[in-house]
Design a protein around this ligand. Structure first.
Ligand code: ZN
Length: 300
């Protein structure tokens, strides 16, 4: 509890500072996304990648192990969604993957199959030998096809099977929920992980919309989750923080209503409505209101 209060104080100090400097919360959010990549993409993905930079509306992700380029590329849209969800804006429209190293930034292209064949270690695929059962099975399944077509389909199926095996040899397994390939060590794919997390966050958001003062402990009991559930607590912190930022932004740009101010006070203090003195709200709003005289005209 004490730790959290400290964290809140720190955030309380940092936010106006950034606002003053940049007149926008976005750079601060993006900085946080960089720092919190592990929470956004999951521990496994964060082991071999990180956010290198943001340029315009593009996130540039450095990939340390080229074997995972292809894998990450499949998750491109999901990664965009996750970053946006974390940042609380539609800040990112695209993601670019780059190999980390001395080489200059290199773009990764999508093939017709939606995958980046040239990044996946082709050597491995070439070395893969299909077992007799698989070969027989494919032959049998294609036996009914017209002769001209049959061999083409067979070769395609062989290539598919080899690719599947190559993935397995690299340590990839498929997601138990949806069957997508997952990086070694992952328990569910980013799609499933993200879906579950979005649902959780929507649920938490609904609670906080109704009762902005709810502490993590209270939300945990509503969710029937353990107070020690780290991922759930993280989701709570994210939702609450983004809500706070949203309301602060309203205050900052002066399109807040009285109800907004009240909600912001409840979110920040985690106190029930009757416990917040009107003077506190007044001071709070004054603190976050854009201060025109302090803003220099030079920086955008
Ligand atoms: Zn899945």
């Amino acid at each position: 509890m004490e730790e959290r209060n400290l964290e809140l104080k720190k955030a309380g100090l940092a936010i106006p500072k950034v606002l003053e400097k940049n007149r926008l919360l976005l750079p601060y959010h993006l900085y946080q996304a960089k720092r919190d990549w592990k929470q956004i993409a999951g521990e496994q993905i964060a082991k071999y990648s990180y956010i290198l930079d943001f340029k315009d509306k593009q996130a540039i992700i450095a990939v340390m192990n080229p074997v995972y380029m292809n894998y990450l590329f499949m998750y491109k849209n999901k990664i965009i969604e996750e970053i946006n969800s974390y940042v609380g804006h539609r800040a990112i429209a695209d993601v670019r993957f780059v190999k980390k190293g001395k080489k200059p930034v290199r773009t990764v292209y999508e093939t017709l199959q939606g995958e980046v064949e040239n990044v996946f270690p082709k050597e491995t695929i070439r070395q893969v030998r299909l077992d007799d059962d698989t070969v027989a099975h494919i032959r049998q399944e294609t036996a009914h096809l017209a002769e001209g077509l049959r061999e083409k389909v067979v070769q395609l199926r062989f290539a598919q099977a080899k690719r599947k095996k190559a993935y397995q040899l690299e340590g990839f397994v498929s997601c138990p929920r949806c069957g997508r390939w997952m990086a070694p060590g992952e328990k569910e794919c980013l799609f499933c992980h993200s879906e579950a997390r979005q649902a959780l966050k929507r649920q938490i958001r609904a609670y906080l919309d109704d009762m902005p003062w709810l502490s993590w402990e209270a939300v945990a009991s509503y969710l029937k989750a353990e107070v020690t559930a780290a991922a759930e607590e993280q989701a709570y912190n994210e939702v609450r923080r983004n809500l706070i930022y949203t309301y602060i932004e309203k205050v900052y740009y002066e399109y807040d209503t009285e109800a907004d101010d009240f909600i912001l006070a409840m979110l920040i203090t985690r106190r029930v409505p009757g416990d917040i003195p009107p003077k506190f709200i007044e001071n709070l709003i004054a603190k976050y209101r854009k201060k025109d005289d302090n803003v220099s005209s030079s920086e955008p």
